[in-house]
Design a protein around this ligand. Structure first.
Ligand code: BTN
Length: 251
């Protein structure tokens, strides 16, 4: 993993002054660690890779479980000052999907799916930076690598990257994904989400599918708008869903 991290540094550092990479044998959570550092005033751009997370976190307060070797877990932290924050997590998910494999789809807002199964999860968090209009963004990505035994309690079964392409291991995935996500975050800072709407549509796992929102509303997903809001045709009309706390499931 150190060679892959070094390769990422070589690729990213010229575009991102002050960038550093770290590989930890074990940490509670790469997101928790970078958010802790941000609160302590450390806002330098960094890639933090963990071989093991003991308290990995997912969206909506869920846990992200992984065992050493079965997944790639890392977070990218960097200060950003976009005019509009909407759609950032979609931009990150899109970049990760594009970096790895043509078959990967995005399940709004930013899970990555392949064959209708969950391949990766993304957790984006931000911290304020005293005296600055920028915020420190922590983009945490967990990608399943080795095929994992199906857990019958999951509604959406996981899939490993190796099932998509046996040549894709954690090192290769890191080399592909991290530079692309950094570039996407920098592009997002300048241009926002709107220029990515068409590329998102090509990878939209929910397009045309029946979905149910966490408030019970059912409808059919019709892509995202220029701000990244999920458009859902419901009995009450077209609804633009923006809250990341809304969960959407195939009906
Ligand atoms: C989700 O599916 O709800 C998001 C999962 C995000 C997991 C990654 S693994 C690296 C980073 N550290 C964490 O604790 N979470 C993210």
């Amino acid at each position: 993993m150190h060679a892959a991290a070094e390769a990422v540094w070589q690729q990213v550092a010229p575009q991102l002054p002050g960038f550093s990479v770290e590989v930890l044998a074990s940490v509670d959570s790469t997101n928790t660690e970078l958010m802790r550092r941000a609160r302590a005033g450390q806002h330098d751009p960094v890639l933090l890779v963990a071989l093991e997370q003991t308290a990995g976190r997912g969206r909506m307060g869920r846990a992200w479980h992984s065992a050493p070797g079965d997944s790639l877990t890392f977070s990218l932290g960097l200060p950003l000052e976009p005019a509009d924050w909407s759609g950032l997590s979609l931009a990150i998910g899109l970049a990760a999907a594009q970096a790895v494999h043509p078959a990967i789809r995005i399940k709004w807002p930013n899970d990555l799916w392949a064959d209708g199964r969950k391949l990766a999860g993304i957790l984006v968090e931000t911290a304020s930076i005293a005296g600055s209009r920028a915020r420190y963004v922590v983009a945490g990505i967990g990608i399943n690598i080795a095929p994992r035994p199906a857990d019958p309690s999951f509604t959406i079964q996981p899939v490993g990257l190796r099932e998509l392409d046996p040549a894709l291991d954690a090192e290769r995935a890191l080399r592909l994904v991290a530079p692309r996500v950094v570039a996407a975050m920098q592009a997002f800072e300048r241009h926002g989400f709107a220029p990515l709407q068409a590329a998102y549509a090509e990878r939209d796992a929910l397009a045309g599918r029946g979905v149910r929102l966490s408030d019970g509303t059912a409808g059919e997903a019709h892509g995202v708008d220029g701000t990244g809001a999920l458009l859902v045709h419901t009995a009450a009309g077209l609804k633009a869903v923006t809250s990341s706390e809304v969960s959407v499931r195939p009906a």
